[in-house]
Design a protein. Structure first.
Length: 131
C-alpha cells in the first residue's frame, strides 16, 4: 500500500535530521530503501536509522505478529513462504566508506551491511551524473 510507504518516509525523515533524502519503494518482494545522509552522519548512525525505519514500516503496515520475531509476518513467513526482504542503498557526501549496502532477509531479524569503498572517486562521480 503506497500510503504505508508515504507515511513511513514522512515519519523517518521527521525523526532523523541526519537524512537529506529518503525513498522507499517496492520491487517484487523487496522493500528498497534509498537514503542519502548529510555530512555529519556516521556509519553507525546510518545503520541504526535503517533499523528504525524498518521497524516503522512494519508497524505502519499493521500486519499480524510473527512468533519469535520482533517483526510481523510482512518481514517473515506466511504458511512457510518467505515474504518481504529489505535492501538498503545508503549514501553520504563524506568519507570513502560510502555508499553502504545493506539487507534484512525475510525470516531473519538480523541486518547485514557492507561498505562499498570507492577506489576511484572520479569514475564514481561521473557514473552518478549519468544515472
Amino acid at each position: 500500500d503506497k500510503s504505508v510507504l508515504t507515511k513511513t518516509i514522512s515519519e523517518v525523515k521527521a525523526k532523523n535530521k541526519l537524512i537529506n533524502t529518503i525513498n522507499i519503494s517496492i520491487q517484487c518482494k523487496e522493500f528498497k530503501f534509498d537514503i542519502d545522509f548529510n555530512h555529519a552522519t556516521t556509519e553507525a548512525q546510518a545503520k541504526n536509522i535503517c533499523k528504525s525505519a524498518v521497524q516503522m514500516l512494519d508497524k505502519n503496515a499493521n500486519q499480524k505478529s510473527y512468533k519469535g520475531s520482533k517483526y510481523s509476518v510482512l518481514l517473515n513467513k506466511v504458511n512457510g513462504v518467505k515474504q518481504f526482504e529489505c535492501d538498503f542503498y545508503l549514501t553520504c557526501a563524506k568519507g570513502d566508506s560510502w555508499p553502504i549496502y545493506g539487507t534484512k532477509m525475510a525470516g531473519s531479524d538480523s541486518f547485514n551491511f557492507s561498505n562499498a569503498k570507492i577506489k576511484n572517486r572520479t569514475s564514481y562521480n561521473n557514473a552518478m551524473k549519468n544515472k
